[in-house]
Ligand binder design. Structure first.
Ligand code: PDD
Length: 278
């Protein structure tokens, strides 16, 4: 695999970042993940717009103009012959002597790599997954896509240790989001519900694309916070992200959702999303 590092394409064994990189030392970095299905990048413009927004939020300059970033993605895909998988971008504040205050003249480090894998037709896509419930351990700017992911790593590890596939996080009795995804439910009244964007969650690109589909089809939906109890009593549940697309959720904590199999509304959205995206 070839990896992009600061202007060059290198063999993976040669691709290195300095120890004094602030992404490494402080988690002072922003990342993005875009899916590729059948040779086509999915919602990439939304991901690049969010990269720009996250970087601006923590005052890191764009490492290249948007078109330059698109070229890096295309070149990596070409060099690695990828048609299905994800492409990862990370921009750190740069390299400097370790100090909480960054040097004024610091220049960002930009790395990118491909991760080939099948995103469609997986057992999780077909059968749905279970999610554990855990208090949201993160800071108060979850709308910024920072590489500072220890809270999510520990939550996912704990969920796995308890036999769950993934985890939904909660705060003040309400679901915030998945550890790396946006949470949706279908209420018993037939309304699709997801939390509105705020500093409490990452504004999901897949969320945005799916809400557009839901609206275009005239399906009933509401953007509002929902409680743990409401989630566990939902008719159907699913999550969205670049790497899991529209992913059925069939168990939340100790409660089975519906009959424990992906429901028709989730199936419908799964197919719609693949049709429009792929
Ligand atoms: N995670 N919420 C969180 C906390 C996330 O980390 C992600 C994505 C999402 C969904 O966003 P999107 O639909 O734009 O992928 C929501 C990526 C996939 C990751 O960390 O690998």
């Amino acid at each position: 695999r070839q990896i992009y590092v600061n202007g060059g394409y290198l063999a993976e064994s040669e691709a290195v970042i300095p120890v004094m990189d602030r992404g490494f030392l402080f988690g002072d970095a922003i990342y993005e993940v875009t899916a590729m299905i059948g040779g086509q990048l999915i919602d990439n413009d939304l991901h690049l717009a969010r990269l720009e927004r996250s970087l601006a939020a923590i005052d890191i300059p764009m490492p290249l103009p948007l078109d330059g970033i698109r070229q890096v993605q295309a070149e990596l895909i070409r060099r690695n012959g990828m048609s299905d998988g994800t492409i990862y971008l990370q921009v750190s504040r740069g390299t400097a002597e370790r100090d909480f205050l960054p040097a004024a003249e610091i220049v960002p480090n930009f790395v990118a790599f491909t991760q080939p894998r099948n995103l469609r037709d997986t057992p999780a896509q077909r059968n749905g997954i279970s999610v554990a419930l855990m208090p949201d351990p993160r800071w108060d700017r979850r709308d910024i896509k920072t590489s500072m992911l220890l809270g999510q790593v520990l939550a996912k590890q704990a969920a796995h240790a308890q036999g769950f596939d993934d985890v939904w996080l909660h705060e003040d009795g309400q679901i915030t989001e998945g550890a790396s995804s946006t949470a949706f439910i279908l209420t018993t009244e037939g309304t699709i519900v997801t939390r509105p964007n705020s500093h409490s969650t990452l504004p999901g690109c897949t969320r945005q694309a799916v809400l557009k589909l839901i609206e275009a089809r005239g399906l009933r939906f509401e953007e509002r916070a929902f409680t743990i109890a409401e989630a566990q009593e939902a008719e159907e549940a699913f999550l969205t992200s670049a790497s899991s697309l529209v992913q059925p959720v069939v168990r939340i904590g100790e409660r089975m959702i519906g009959d424990g199999r992906p429901g028709p509304a989730t199936r419908h959205l799964q197919e719609l999303y693949l049709q429009t995206a792929g």
